[in-house]
Design a protein around this ligand. Structure first.
Ligand code: C2O
Ligand code: CU
Ligand code: CU
Length: 465
């Protein structure tokens, strides 16, 4: 330990000192004091079993949540005052999700990353009117991953998500990895939120729509810079960029290497040792870190571009050996077949609206008809000067190259994915094959997951035939 580290450690272990910094922030109208403290863990949604099916009752409602001392902030949540309860599934489960809309406005509830029939997808066509119930019924037939659910109402997705509507879906694995939910398997939903007078402020200007609505506080499961006590040697973090349009570059403050084990929809073939990861909106990454060298210390997970704390780990002594080692073989990918067809998607802008292949979203137009079982390459290009990403519903793809080379793929992109980031000028190619659920009538969506872009036209529809 060098001298600087020694002083830092000494300071941090002085009781109270680390806690003493109050979260005073300048809010548009007055000083507000953030409630700091322990990382909230979304509770696991309860279910009942009927006829072999797991039935979850999910109530989408208005609520209030305490982000600041003495201030009630109006929010939306699902069985919760902010965000939603976590759905824990196992491959093969038969589930019924009963979404009851207790809001004063229509909504929908989409399973992002779920491989389900289009009618069960919860996209813009499956509107839930106020006080009505919509059921997503399906069999979980995909491999382990962390997905999420959120509204997808045409033109209103961004605002409803911003108010708090988003929850996690765990599809549990059976590998020897940390999986004590909230203890050594820790979900982190990262979101930026602006506040005005203690209330969530969703008021995008024209510029905000072009750039995506960014800025404000960095919330982690609904809290600013929370702390987490750690009792286990290996800790798994499942991280979702749940922001409307913010990019997050995530690392430990001391650049401690960690293992990336999974991306959006699957494990990586083998863990990849990295010291940071860049996540665009809706992307997920799972990392495992060995904390045995940090007993009785504190360690911060940070957003490096803004130097903000994501999570302040308080690591105890005598860490429990929860797993022996990180498994080296995580998944075996199927061989890609030689692609028979290429589709091209060009992201663009026209008269202050955002487009894909020159078109803005039209719910009554089917843009692409994709045959079942045909291996295809989809090429997405971003000739704009803005950042975007590209998401497909219900289907998982494998990236082949970025800007002409496989080498440009990032570690967390070497797996099955549903969302891929495109910096200005980027061009990506991925391999995709529709494997189930042909339905010529009910479309799936593809879109930019910067939600202001999606809401302003950057979306299209495809059917599987
Ligand atoms: Cu996260 Cu169209 O969805
Ligand atoms: Cu989706
Ligand atoms: Cu975009």
């Amino acid at each position: 330990m060098d001298r600087r580290d020694f002083i830092k450690t000494a300071l941090l272990t002085l009781p109270g000192l680390a806690m003493a910094a109050p979260w005073w922030r300048w809010d548009k109208k007055k000083f507000l004091r953030y409630i700091g403290g322990t990382l909230p863990i979304p509770s696991l949604a309860r279910y009942r079993v009927e006829g072999g099916k797991k039935i979850f009752d999910m109530n989408i409602k208005e609520s209030t949540h305490t982000f600041f001392q003495g201030v009630e902030t109006k929010t939306y949540g699902i069985n919760s005052s902010y965000l939603g309860e976590t759905l824990l599934f196992h491959p093969g489960d038969d589930v019924i999700l009963r979404f009851r809309n207790e809001l004063d406005e229509p909504t929908t509830m989409h399973g992002h990353g779920m491989h389900v029939p289009a009618r069960m997808d919860g996209g813009p066509h499956q509107v839930i009117a106020p006080s009505k119930v919509w059921e997503a019924r399906y069999k979980v037939q995909q491999s382990a991953a962390m997905n999420w659910y959120h509204p997808h109402l045409m033109g209103k997705t961004a605002e409803q998500v911003y108010m708090g509507l988003a929850g996690l879906i765990y599809i549990q694995d059976d590998l020897p990895l940390p999986k004590n939910y909230g203890i050594d398997d820790i979900p982190l939903v990262l979101q930026e939120r602006r506040f005005a007078d203690g209330q969530i402020d969703y008021s995008p200007s024209r510029m905000d729509i072009m750039r995506g609505y960014r800025g404000g506080e960095l919330l982690v499961n609904g809290k600013v810079a929370p702390t987490k006590n750690i009792f286990h040697r290996f800790v798994r973090f499942r991280i979702l960029n749940g922001s409307n349009a913010s990019m997050f570059r995530i690392a430990f403050e001391n650049r401690l290497p960690f293992y990336i084990i999974a991306g959006d929809n699957s494990f990586l073939e083998r863990p990849s040792i990295e010291s940071e990861v860049l996540l665009s909106p809706a992307e997920r990454v799972e990392i495992v870190v060995d904390l045995s060298q940090f007993e009785e210390q504190r360690l911060k997970l940070v957003e490096t571009q803004s130097s903000r704390t994501i999570l302040d780990l308080n690591i105890f002594s005598n860490l429990q050996p929860n797993i022996e080692a990180i498994p080296q073989n995580l998944i075996h990918f199927e061989q890609m077949e030689s692609p028979l067809f290429t589709r091209r998607f060009e992201l663009g802008m026209r008269r202050m609206r955002l487009t894909i292949n020159g078109k803005t979203m039209d719910m009554s137009r089917i843009d692409e008809r994709v045959p079942l079982g045909r291996p295809e390459i989809w090429e997405v290009v971003n000739p704009t000067r803005m950042e975007h990403n590209f998401h497909i519903h219900a289907t998982h793809f494998r990236l082949i190259e970025r800007n002409g080379s496989e080498e440009n793929l990032r570690p967390h992109e070497r797996c099955y994915k549903d969302t891929v980031y495109l910096a200005p000028g980027d061009r990506v190619k991925f391999y995709v094959k529709m494997v189930d659920f042909a339905d010529a009538k009910n479309p799936y969506m593809y879109h930019c997951h910067f939600l202001e872009h999606e809401d302003n036209g950057m979306m299209g529809q495809f059917v599987v035939i």
